[in-house]
Design a protein around this ligand. Structure first.
Ligand code: FAD
Ligand code: MG
Length: 368
């Protein structure tokens, strides 16, 4: 429901800006595109002394914003390439598109292996690696539980325990068989269901960054619905400022700022997709052991890493693991840092973020 509202608001926004009207160039004509997309907004930034060209789209059921910092306006063609790349991955990975490769794998569960493109094979391999690393707190075979709860859809409801038990029995990443020679994927039980929603945006962001660099741009910000990936450093500045959303604010205000360069920041929290019943909030981060949305001391978590696919998988994994085990996991990994926001409004950061996080909302408390 919330997602529907967001789509509506975004479309109205684009329309009010005139970007969905008939005045577009051929490349950006909304009639030819399966998704909403803005034209460029261009501004000269005094602090960076660069021209910032920004375009937005609505893809992956979220708002995508790309800002390129360069000497002059970045041409439409670079944004065409980026949004086409996202559309290509969406067609490959989406569990909601019936002929995507992921849907083909799901339809063939218990039946036959499916041959997939290298990209998807690698992504599934990485998903399994993170499932192992988090001892199953992160599990890309979570689909039967996600389908049952329906969080983010009109059908969201608390399931019967018999339904939960049945779905739980179909969630186990050990039953995903990868053949590294033939690049096939096999879910070895009927009704298993892959869901790459917790890792794919990070992977796609990394691919967008590679494309931007390949095209010769060295400074940019990629934002896939709050998954932020920096390309290079902020020109003429010490750092990019990335706002950390206050999980208790409906309007999306920031409670603090991370000051970083060439990093990825991915957040997961109870505010993203949820419904409430009898005063209980049921959000979309599901514990694969209990089958329920994970209820712990956390409201949200942000992961800072070099590569966004790592941050995306870890943000979900660490949320489900909770502060203690999550902190331990993050500390065991090189180049990965975390920020935990607890329901008692304490914020915990790992050592590498101490000098990089600035709290701006003093109703929260920074503890170490
Ligand atoms: P994250 O924390 O990164 O991921 C949470 C999501 O991962 C949950 O929504 C669930 O799907 C899954 N998950 C929950 N618990 C676990 C767990 N323990 N381990 C592993 N995974 C878990 N949304 C739509 O509403 N409609 C669409 O058509 C649609 N298409 C999409 C297509 C693609 C290719 C992608 C990448 C996303 C799409 N989405 C769509 C959004 C998607 O369903 C997720 O809601 C979104 O990716 C979650 O990202 P997040 O950053 O909010 O949370
Ligand atoms: Mg994630």
């Amino acid at each position: 429901m919330k997602e529907m509202k967001r789509i509506g608001i975004f479309l109205v926004l684009l329309m009010s800006l005139g970007v969905l009207s008939g005045c577009q160039t051929k490349e950006t004509s909304s009639e030819e595109l399966p998704y909403a997309r803005s034209e460029s907004s261009v501004r000269k930034d005094k602090t960076t002394d660069r021209t910032i060209t920004t375009q937005e789209s609505y893809q992956l059921a979220t708002r995508i914003t790309i800002s390129i910092y360069d000497e002059k306006e970045a041409p439409n063609s670079i944004f065409d390439a980026i949004f086409d790349l996202i559309a290509g991955y969406e067609d490959m990975i989406s569990r909601n598109i019936t002929d995507s490769y992921v849907s083909r794998i799901n339809q063939a569960a218990g039946d036959a292996p499916v041959s997939v493109p290298d990209d998807l094979f690698n992504l599934i391999h990485q998903g399994i690696t993170y499932a192992d690393l988090s001892q199953g707190a992160f599990d890309i075979s979570i689909g039967p539980l996600v389908n049952l709860w329906g969080i983010g859809t009109y059908e969201a409801k608390v399931p019967e325990s018999s339904e939960l038990e049945k779905a739980l029995s179909k969630v186990d990443y050990h039953k995903i068989e990868l053949d590294y020679d033939t690049k096939t994927v096999f879910l070895n039980e009927k009704d298993m269901f892959l869901d790459l929603g917790a890792i794919a945006k990070g992977y796609i962001a990394d691919e967008i960054k590679a494309l931007i660099l390949e095209k010769g741009y060295t400074n940019a910000i990629i934002n896939l619905g709050g998954n932020v990936l920096m390309v290079g450093n902020k020109p003429n500045s010490d750092y990019w400022s990335v706002g950390i959303r206050d999980p208790l604010s409906d309007s999306g205000t920031s409670l603090g700022i991370l000051e970083l360069n060439d990093n990825s920041v991915v957040s997961s929290g109870v505010y993203e997709r949820f419904f409430e019943e009898n005063g209980v909030r049921y959000h979309h981060l599901i514990n694969p052991n209990t089958g329920y949305p994970e209820q712990n001391d956390l409201l949200a978590i942000s992961i800072v890493s070099d590569v966004s696919v790592d941050g995306d998988a870890l943000s979900t994994a660490v949320f489900v693991l909770g502060v203690e085990k999550g902190y331990e996991l993050v500390e065991s990994l090189e180049g990965v840092e975390a920020l935990f926001i607890q329901s008692d409004k304490d914020i915990i950061v790992t050592p590498g973020l101490k000098s990089k996080f600035r709290l701006i909302d003093d109703t929260y408390k920074l503890v170490y």
